[in-house]
Design a protein around this ligand. Structure first.
Ligand code: SER
Length: 592
C-alpha cells in the first residue's frame, strides 16, 4: 500500500466512525506556544484536550507534519526520522479506551483496512506506579478483541506514559507493535520497545486523564480524552514488507538520486547510513523551510535546527564524494512528494533553493576556519580532546562526526567518552530547554499568560490602525512576564507611533470591553475581516475572538473575559530582526 493511500484510508475509516477531518497544523506551533516544532499530532490540540471547545466537534482526525529533533542521532536505523507524518484520531471528552482500542485493532487487522496479520501484533500497557494504577482496563479490551496474554506487555512510565514537555495533559498509553520476520529477535529478552528492529511500533493510543502541574502533581482532567498517533512512514514500511522507512517511496527517489550524484559504485553499510542521513536531514530542512513563515538557516531557534541538519548532510555528502549543489537537486524530489498534500511546499520552493545554496557556501567558508583551528589545536597538543571537539562543534558549527573523521585521518582517536559526556550534557540541556519551552505554550493557562494573549490581539490591531494594513503577524511568543510579537513592517516605530499604539491599547483596556468567542466558517470569518495568522492552520469551522468592535481574530484562546484586568500596556523594546520584520516586546503593568 502506498503512503498516499494509507493517509486517505485512515481518514476515511475515522470519518466513518463519526470524526471530522481537520487540516495539518504548521510545523511551527500556532500562536507560538513556545516549543520549537510541532512534534506530535496532539500539540496543536492541547487547549482542546484541556477542555476548550473545538469548532469541528469532539471527534477529530488528521494527518500532521511533525519534527522530532530529539531523534536526530538515531537517524540511519530502520525507523527513526527527524521529519515524519503522523496520523491521529481524537476524542475530546467523548469515547474512551474501549472504542479507541477496538478501532485501532479493526483498522490494523481488518482485510478491508490495513490487513496486518493479528498474530504479528503485540501491545504494551502501563504497568502502574504511585501516580496511576496498572491499566487493566486497556488490557481487558485488548484481550476481548483477541490479543493473547503473551503478546500483552506491561511496562513503566518511560514506555507507556505520554506527556508533551514537563506539564500539561497526560496519561497512560498503549502502544502497538508489528513483528518483522526478516529481523530475528535479538535474544530471549527481546520485547516491544527493544531497539533491534524486530518489533516496530506503529501506533500509540494515549488515554489522557491527568493534568500534570509544574510542580509534578497529577490531578484528574475534567474530561477524559483520547490522543492517538500512527507513524506514516513506519506503517508504510510494514505494509510494503520492506526492512526500513528508507525503502518506501518516501525515500527511494532521494536515495537513488544521492547514489547517482556520488561518484561511487559500491556502498558499505556505513556509507548507506550516510546516505540515509543525507536524505532524512535534507528532507526535514526543506519541510521546515517550506513553512510560510519562511525561516531559513540561522543561529537561533528553528533556524538553528535547519542549519544543523544541513551541515550534517553536507558533511555526510562530502564523505561520499558528492559535489556541491546536491541539496538543490533533492529539492525537486521532495517538493514533488509533498506538493499535493501540503501546498506551502511548492509555494516556498524558491525560498528553499535560495537558502540551500547560501547555506552551503557559508558552511564551506566556516569550514575553512574550523579546519584551521582544528590544525592549530592538533599542532599545539598533538591530540584533539573531547573538549576541543565540543568547542569546534559549538563555536564553528563543525559537526561532531566531522571532527571525529578528521582526527581519524591524522591517526588519533578522540576521547569519545569525554566528548560524549559533553555532548550528552549539551543535549540534555537543550532537551530540557525544549521541554521548558512548553511553559508559556498553549498548555500554560496561567493568568499572566492569558492576559498577554489578549494583549497580543490588541497590539496587532493597534499596529494596523497606526501603521497601516501592511502589518501582519509573523510570529508571537509569550512568557508569563512579557509578550513578543513579530510583524511585517519596513522600519522601527517612531517614538510618536509607539505612544499612539500604547494609548490606543490603554484606552481599550480602560473601557473594560468584553472578549467574546464565537465559531464560524473560515470564509465567513475572513469576510467579516477577521485576522488569520496562517491559512494552513485552520479547518473549515474556526474559533474567532472579538474584543468589542476593536479586534477580530482567529484564535483558539485562551483569553481574559474583559479588558480591564489587563492593567497598563507598555512597549518595552523594539528591534528590526530581518528584512521587513520588526519585533516588539511588551509588558502589562499594574495600574496602582
Ligand atoms: N501523542 C502520542 C504520540 O505522539 C500519540 O499521538 O505518540
Amino acid at each position: 500500500m502506498k503512503i498516499s493511500e494509507l493517509r486517505s484510508i485512515y481518514l476515511k475509516f475515522f470519518k466513518e466512525k463519526g470524526h471530522s477531518v481537520i487540516a495539518s497544523a504548521s510545523l511551527f506551533p500556532e500562536d507560538d506556544p513556545s516549543v520549537l516544532f510541532t512534534s506530535a499530532g496532539m500539540h496543536p490540540l492541547v487547549p482542546y484536550l484541556l477542555g476548550q471547545t473545538h469548532p469541528e466537534g469532539i471527534r477529530l482526525t488528521n494527518v500532521q507534519k511533525c519534527i522530532r529533533t530529539t531523534d536526530i542521532e538515531d537517524v540511519g536505523d530502520t525507523t527513526h526520522l527527524t521529519f515524519f507524518e503522523m496520523l491521529g484520531n481524537w476524542s475530546l471528552g467523548d469515547y474512551w479506551k474501549k472504542e479507541a482500542i477496538t478501532w485501532s485493532y479493526e483498522f490494523l487487522t481488518s482485510k478491508k483496512w490495513l490487513g496486518f496479520d493479528p498474530n504479528k501484533l503485540s501491545v504494551t500497557i502501563f504497568a502502574g506506579d504511585e501516580d496511576s494504577p496498572r491499566d487493566d482496563e486497556a488490557a481487558e479490551v485488548w484481550k476481548s478483541v483477541g490479543i493473547p496474554d503473551e503478546r500483552i506487555y506491561f511496562l513503566g512510565k518511560e514506555d507507556n506514559w505520554w506527556i508533551a514537555g514537563n506539564s500539561g495533559p497526560c496519561g497512560p498509553c498503549s502502544e502497538m507493535f508489528i513483528e518483522v520476520d526478516e529481523i530475528p529477535k535479538c535474544g530471549p529478552d527481546c520485547r516491544p520497545g527493544c531497539h533491534c528492529g524486530h518489533f516496530v511500533e506503529v501506533w500509540n493510543d494515549v488515554f489522557m486523564m491527568y493534568n500534570k502541574s509544574e510542580d509534578g502533581k497529577y490531578t484528574p482532567l475534567k474530561q477524559q480524552s483520547i490522543d492517538t498517533g500512527m507513524g506514516v512512514e513506519r506503517t508504510a514500511a510494514m505494509l510494503q514488507g520492506v526492512p526500513s522507512v528508507f525503502d518506501t517511496e518516501a525515500f527511494i527517489p532521494l536515495i537513488e538520486k544521492i547514489k547517482e550524484l556520488s561518484s561511487m559504485e559500491e556502498f558499505s553499510k556505513e556509507e548507506d547510513t550516510q546516505i540515509r542521513i543525507i536524505a532524512d536531514h535534507v528532507r526535514s530542512a526543506i519541510m521546515i523551510m517550506a513553512d510560510d513563515r519562511q525561516v531559513g538557516p540561522s543561529n537561533v531557534e528553528q533556524g538553528y535546527i535547519v542549519r544543523r541538519l544541513l551541515r550534517k548532510a553536507i558533511h555526510s555528502a562530502d564523505r561520499l564524494n558528492i559535489g556541491t549543489g546536491f541539496m538543490i537537486e533533492l529539492t525537486d524530489l521532495v517538493v514533488d512528494m509533498f506538493k499535493d498534500v501540503y501546498k506551502e511546499v511548492e509555494r516556498n520552493q524558491e525560498f528553499i533553493v535560495k537558502n540551500l545554496k547560501a547555506e552551503e557556501e557559508k558552511f564551506r567558508k566556516t569550514l575553512t576556519k574550523a579546519l584551521r583551528r582544528f590544525d592549530r589545536i592538533f599542532q599545539e597538543s598533538n591530540t584533539i580532546t573531547g573538549q576541543d571537539a565540543f568547542l569546534l562543534f559549538t563555536s564553528f558549527g563543525l559537526p561532531l562526526e566531522m571532527t571525529r573523521d578528521l582526527a581519524e585521518e591524522r591517526g588519533i582517536a578522540i576521547d569519545m567518552e569525554q566528548f560524549t559526556k559533553q555532548f550528552e550534557e549539551h543535549r540534555e540541556k537543550s532537551r530540557t530547554a525544549t521541554q521548558g519551552k512548553f511553559k508559556g505554550g498553549l498548555a500554560d493557562h496561567s493568568e499572566e499568560i492569558t492576559k498577554l494573549h489578549t494583549a497580543t490581539h490588541l497590539l496587532q490591531t493597534a499596529l494596523r490602525k497606526v501603521l497601516g494594513k501592511e502589518v501582519t503577524q509573523n510570529g508571537s511568543n509569550i512568557t508569563d512576564e512579557r509578550l513578543r510579537f513579530d510583524f511585517t513592517f519596513s522600519r522601527k516605530l517612531t517614538p510618536d507611533e509607539v505612544e499612539q499604539v500604547e494609548k490606543m491599547i490603554n484606552d481599550v483596556i480602560a473601557q473594560d470591553i468584553a472578549v467574546e468567542q464565537s465559531f464560524m466558517k473560515y470564509d465567513d470569518a475572513i469576510a467579516k475581516g477577521a485576522l488569520a495568522f496562517f491559512k494552513e492552520n485552520y479547518g473549515e469551522e474556526v474559533s474567532v475572538y472579538n474584543i468589542g468592535e476593536f479586534s477580530l481574530e482567529l484564535c483558539g484562546g485562551p483569553h481574559v473575559k474583559s479588558t480591564a484586568v489587563l492593567g497598563k500596556f507598555r512597549i518595552a523594546k523594539q528591534k528590526k530582526i530581518g528584512a521587513g520584520i520588526v519585533r516588539i516586546r511588551a509588558v502589562l503593568e499594574s495600574n496602582s
